[in-house]
Design a protein around this ligand. Sequence first.
Ligand code: ADP
Length: 496
Amino acid sequence: MTNLTRPPEYERLDATLARLQVVLPIGILVAVGIYAGVFQVWLIDHTDPWLTFILEFLIFGLVGAVAVWMALGWIRRLVDENIERDRQARTQERLLATISANSADAITLLDNDGCIKSWNRGAELLFGYTPPEILGKHFSLLVPQEHSTELDHIDQVLEENGFVRGWITQRLTRDGRMLTVELTRTLLRDENGALIGSSAILRDVTEREKNALAVREMNRQLETLVAQRTRELAESNRELRRRQHELEKANVELKQLDELKSEFVSLVSHELRAPLANISGSLELLLSDANNLTTNQRDLLSLANDQVERLARLVRGILNVSRIEAGQTLLQMQAFDITATVERICAQWQRCDTEHLWIVDAPGNLPSVWADRDRIEEVLTNLMENAFKYSDPETEIRVHCEPRDGEMVISVSDQGKGIESEDLRLIFDKFYRVERDDARRTYGYGLGLYISIKLVEAMGGKLWADSEMGKGSTFYFSLPLAGHTAPTYTSAMSVN
Ligand code: ADP
């Protein structure tokens, strides 16, 4: 091995030893010369020969021995340090060799001509070549035909930068399979900077690239889909806006029509009220002179009177509804005793309907309610009339009053056929009547409950119902107690 290939620390050691080889003898020679030329003459003249002998023995005997002892000690230290450095370097080399051997990546060394000098286990597994088959062969053996031109380019980049990193390309295996690899090349130089070859690390990224390709493809499809959906959405948005516009227009027209209809109905009802009152008065007058009428005539007049009464009720109902809907119902809110009102209306029903058992279940000392008394009488009459209409004779109709949670709850229960739960949600709608066998036998227009719920709600209460088929129904409504509400004497009611 020449000096050029020796590591720098050996160079330094060698230089120091060479210096020592010259300095040590010269130093001893000079020291002895000075002693012999200067001190020895003086010592012989001035001291005892024994003392001279002892001093000479010490000088000649010790200088050489100490100098040799120090030099050897120093050399030993240097040698120990070098041995330790060697040991560490070998350990590191071994570790690197183990890592390289066990790496899943292909790690190879190439000489300056691009021939393969080392081939690890990872390379063997990846490309299928064993070391004897590939060592000494040119690296281009792994390069497929279509990538042959890239080698020059890689060499050029290597020369410029000293390395090539993350180069995605393709390489051929022994059995002709094409692998997608990530290539890292690094130029290798010795300690004096001379180029001694390069390393090539190849990582199999076939799966990764396949997945990335799939993801890119999915992304592309997704973007196309999103763009398409966005276009569709924009289109349906436009369509929706157009429809909304049409609906708004239709709504305005409907509102106008509704107003026209309400005005018309209200006008007709007003116009009907007076003639109906006249007809009813005339019929009652005729009926009061019963002695001059045959039974047949009396029956006919009674029937006509009933029909006129029904017509008048319908007209009243329609007028009520149009007033409520126009917000023209004036409420006269006041505190009053609900028990007295309930008892009075019940007594009227008891007088004209002896077939049902009418029961008032209300303690005498209940707190007053805050409501419009006439409107509450109207609501009570509607509920009691329904109980009368929709339950059989000989059954019980019970009216109950009870203060509950700061309100007064009034209920009217009957033992009639009951109402199906689907109907129970709809009976408060305008003109809703339950389709049933006896519906034709009971007169009505489906307005009573609609008017009642609107009136009760306008007074700050609620109206609801419970029913069980075959057992009967109970209609409840709640009203605020007089002490719980700020006093108002009249209020306009508006219903949407
Ligand atoms: P109507 O004038 O038809 O009685 P309502 O608005 O008062 O109008 O009642 C609506 C419908 O609710 C009625 O047609 C009837 O079918 C049902 N209904 C109301 N009260 C009772 C009740 N007490 N028992 C059974 N069904 C009832």
